[in-house]
Design a protein around this ligand. Structure first.
Ligand SMILES: C[S@@+](CC[C@H](N)C(=O)[O-])C[C@H]1O[C@@H](n2cnc3c(N)ncnc32)[C@H](O)[C@@H]1O
Length: 272
């Protein structure tokens, strides 16, 4: 019920959409300080039977599916020695993973939730990794600052994708890459392609990862169900279940029926 109302309000006004999501993520970061909750995405499972299992440290195993989504997105290009920006870094697990496993020169995570950024700066204190507050639609970094930009499961919260893509192109260096993954309503896909075309970035690769994400949602369903029951008051149970994409929720059923599609992209800034 609450989830449906939020979806309606978000469709109605970009201003309300920004406001509602910002309040939601601030509430999550302010209220839930558990260090081991470091991701907020639906996850990814490679479906190719020949795919090699991603090697992870023991401590990272509980977050395997969420990390695999980052790995799928971030391994679109070689990040070694690159200056990498993650836009909408959330609880920081993705930037932390990239920094430790993919060896960028520097890794910066930016998110508009001040509480999420404070949580990240307290949780991850390692060389080369930093988190700052900022808005995806109006970044304060100077032009041509990064070699690679990563964005995972966040652009559906933004008021304007055009504004976001303008910022991506501005802060990317020439020949830099934009690695992008999110879910979209089927009816919005043509608009998305038009927005990507308008951005001036060149499309290098596109993958429909809906089946991979669904498989992760299926495999992680029990763990998330138990976690939500332990952490969340009864009155918010349904909202959190919707947010987590548990079986039977609007997003889960949308992905299953094809009315929601999860896409990943590699784009490049070939023109200044
Ligand atoms: C679903 S979470 C994904 C977080 C992270 N990428 C992950 O996969 O764990 C969406 C994130 O987008 C952030 N966000 C939403 N709108 C934003 C904006 N306009 N600027 C920066 N961050 C934003 C939220 O604060 C939240 O952390």
């Amino acid at each position: 019920m609450i989830a449906k109302l939020v979806i309606r309000l978000c469709q109605f006004s970009p201003y309300l959409k920004r406001l509602i999501w910002r309040k939601w993520y601030d509430l999550l970061a302010g209220h839930y300080q558990q260090r081991d909750w470091s991701f907020m995405n639906y996850g990814y499972v490679p479906l190719n039977p020949d795919a090699e299992q991603l090697r992870l440290d023991e401590a990272d195993e509980p977050n395997r599916y969420c990390i695999q989504l980052y790995h799928h997105v971030a391994s679109g290009v070689n990040l070694k020695d690159a200056d990498v920006l993650e836009i909408s870094s959330g609880r920081g697990g993705g930037s932390y993973y990239i920094n430790r496993y993919l060896e960028p020169k520097t890794m910066v995570g930016v998110d508009y939730s001040e509480k999420a950024v404070a949580f990240c700066n307290q949780s991850y204190c390692i060389d080369g990794l930093s988190f700052v507050t900022g808005d995806a639609e109006l970044l304060s970094f100077k032009d041509n600052r990064f070699d690679v930009i990563v964005n995972v499961e966040a652009s559906h919260c933004y008021g304007s994708k055009d504004a976001f893509l303008t910022q991506v192109k501005r802060v990317l260096r020439k020949d830099g890459y934009f690695l992008y993954a999110d879910l979209h309503g089927k009816g919005n896909i043509d608009t998305l392609y038009e927005q990507l075309r308008r951005s001036g970035l060149t499309l290098i690769k596109e993958t429909n990862i809906t089946p991979n994400v669904l498989e992760a949602l299926d495999l992680d369903n029990n763990r998330k169900t138990v976690l939500i029951q332990q952490l969340v008051p009864k009155v918010l149970l349904n909202t959190f279940q919707q947010f987590a994409g548990l079986k039977g929720t609007t997003i889960y059923e949308g992905l299953r029926s094809g009315s929601v599609i999860y896409l990943s992209f590699v784009l490049q800034k070939q023109q200044p």
